[in-house]
Design a binder for this molecule. Sequence first.
Ligand SMILES: *Cc1c(COP(=O)(O)O)cnc(C)c1O
Length: 411
Amino acid sequence: MNALVHAPHLFPVLDNELQVGGMPLSRLAERVGGTPFYAYDRRLIAERVAQLRAALPDAVHLHYAIKANPMPAVVQFMAGQVDGFDLASGGEMKIALDSPMPAHRISFAGPGKSAAELRQAAAAGVVVNLESEGEMERLAQAAQSLGLRARAAVRVNPDFELKSSGMKMGGGPKPFGVDAERVPAMLARMKALPLDFQGFHLFSGSQNLKAESLMEAQRNTFALARRLAADAPGPVRLLNLGGGFGIPYFPGEQRLDLRAVGDHLAGLLPQARKDFPEAEFVLELGRFLVGEAGVYVTRVVDRKESRGQVYVVSDGGMNHNLSATGNLGQVIRKNYPVLVGNRVAPETGAAAAVVNVVGPLCTPLDLLGDKVELGHAREGDLIAVLQSGAYGFTASPTAFLGHPPALEVLV
Ligand SMILES: *Cc1c(COP(=O)(O)O)cnc(C)c1O
């Protein structure tokens, strides 16, 4: 069956139909009231959090990086699952502050924060992860004019890389964070400003499936933070170790060995507690928490042949799920796991023929399945694109070609 050549996925199949939110997909589509839609499954998110808690030492807290999936209902739900949130914009700050998560458990990273965003963060009591010396001065001005002290941590651009990451965000010249060698001077200046030093934020990369690479980065992170803490204006209260935990998207990809990462962290903790006796240790994860809990669902509107190839045309594609079409930073396009969600295997028992699943946009980039074994798909069927819970809805060019946006449900 086609599903076997895909990356592993978490949604159960019952009576040949994908079950999402404990319901057959065709029934869920009726409940939602239309296609295309995204559905995010609470049970799968909660299970993922539970797996993390079981694998990681208790002293390591979990933050959710909202940019992975900022749907307000998801963020509300996550407030009851994790220990804190990480934001990357004022828009995300609004969603986070509407949730039950207390402001002091929320941190705000990202280059180019506006004066208004810094002022809001200072007023809210959110921890600002400073991305530059200039930003530190602007945050201090905001605090000054509000007559309060703002919570500030320094985002450090480390002098090491997170190897084998889908996206490298630290090491070498980067727009993110302050180069490690510049941090001592910055900390010296911070002493004179109305800022309460919280600690350090080191985020070195994303979408990593190699436990060894993550372990090495975590070792390096503790060592670098130890060096930097010598110049800090106060004790380190918050040490954000970054994250970067990846999920399998493509055939042949293996799940991250969470146990190995957790055991290794547990081994680093006794020394870390001595080095940072007042610190809370944090991992900030986005896609690892929500990516596998989401499915993007389109309906087949046409099936056509062109010179020996079959095209299954569905009512949504890159306009809603850019990443699944291979257009969000991938160097080589590969298929996300795609299924006929309402009839996973062909009823005949025969292997399905090879077809291409495309979206409705007039561009060859709008390709959800390149030569996939979904030959049994016919008009009216539901195409399910798995691993779509992160960087889907809000990471896509929804206005491109003017189709309506996808619906979104948390089930
Ligand atoms: C994007 C981002 C994350 C989340 O990355 P994932 O790959 O989704 O886990 C976490 N922290 C920072 C600073 C980020 O920019």
